[in-house]
Design a protein around this ligand. Structure first.
Ligand SMILES: Nc1ncnc2c1ncn2[C@@H]1O[C@H](COP(=O)(O)OP(=O)(O)OP(=O)(O)O)[C@@H](O)[C@H]1O
Length: 293
């Protein structure tokens, strides 16, 4: 089946800065596709080129198999990283205003219900909390009932509860068969929402696949973590260890064997944690630095 978006050898220079450096990927219809990378990796520039906001320096972007598809503007919904709203309008008035820009729209009542806006429809946009504003921006991106929804770092700055609420809304949108393209630097967001991920650093793809494929193909072990002070001075292991601040992280292929040896060697286990590798660990392994740096 023709991908809904296909990107070929995309580059973008801003003067001497090479923001995007030869990206190629395809987005099948109906999935949640994520661009994951640290600040400055080129995510916003890439999504804005797909949205048609920023012209590429070189490369091609095909929508439903063609370069210039006149339907794109009617069929795409965009939530920018930051948007200025008419602060003196109420939530309902903003929704009505944006609806007037399109010929085909979803009923305002349905947007209010889908994005959980009912409790503050008469509130001025300026008075919304961070989470409420993001839900309004999501509703505005859905006004034209888009086939494809672009979300640029949609939960940056939100508290954990608001982020989870937002993820719930995105999963409902996915369940309607819409394609979602999002950028994020949160590995948990990528793991929760994305069916397929492209991990970018310095404008280039460093890994690609579903979150579970990526983790299974790069890691055969789990992490056994202990406070440094709980290990005996003479502790030696043939497993790979990393030290992060005051913690020792042992890459263990058998938790049972690692624990047995720790006990034999007289380690104290009260700070023990066993955890699976994350996308942040993968990023660290591939680039030598953390997603959060
Ligand atoms: N309009 C511009 N003019 C000059 N440089 C730019 C411009 N837009 C982006 N850049 C540079 O291009 C690089 C990629 O920026 P981009 O915003 O795409 O990264 P990002 O991954 O989205 O980061 P963030 O998560 O911080 O938004 C950065 O070095 C940035 O400074």
């Amino acid at each position: 089946m023709t991908p809904i978006i296909e990107v070929r050898n995309l580059t973008k220079h801003f003067g001497k800065v090479q923001a995007v450096n030869g990206l190629s990927f395809s987005i099948p219809k109906g999935i949640c596709f994520g661009l994951l990378g640290p600040n400055g990796a080129g995510k916003t520039t890439t999504i804005e080129m797909m949205e048609g906001i920023t012209p590429p320096t070189s490369g091609d972007i095909l929508y439903k198999g063609t370069r210039k598809n006149p339907d794109f503007k009617q069929e795409a919904g965009i939530q920018f990283q930051s948007t200025s709203l008419m602060d003196y309008l109420t939530v309902k008035e903003v929704l009505q205003l944006f609806s007037s820009f399109y010929t085909h729209t979803l009923p305002v009542a349905s947007l209010i219900e889908q994005c959980h806006l009912a409790d503050f429809i008469h509130q001025q946009a300026a008075k919304l909390s961070g989470g409420q504003k993001q839900r309004l921006l999501l509703a505005l991106a859905l006004v034209n009932d888009p086939d494809i929804l672009f979300l640029d770092e949609p939960t940056t700055g939100l508290d954990p509860q608001s982020r989870r609420n937002f993820w719930h809304l995105i999963n409902n949108i996915k369940a309607q068969g819409k394609t979602v393209v999002l950028t994020t630097h949160y590995m948990d967001e990528a793991e929760q929402l994305c069916d397929h991920l492209v991990i970018v650093d310095h404008g280039q793809i460093i890994a690609e696949g579903s979150p579970s494929e990526l983790l299974h193909s790069h890691f055969e072990h789990v992490f056994v973590c202990l406070d440094q002070q709980d290990l005996p001075d003479n502790f030696v292991t043939n497993e790979t260890t990393q030290t992060s601040s005051h913690q020792i992280v042992i890459e263990s292929r058998s938790v049972e064997n690692t624990l047995q040896r720790l006990i034999q060697d007289g380690a104290r286990l009260h700070s023990l944690q066993v955890r699976n590798p994350t996308l942040d660990d993968l990023f660290l392994k591939l680039t030598g630095h953390s997603l959060r740096e």
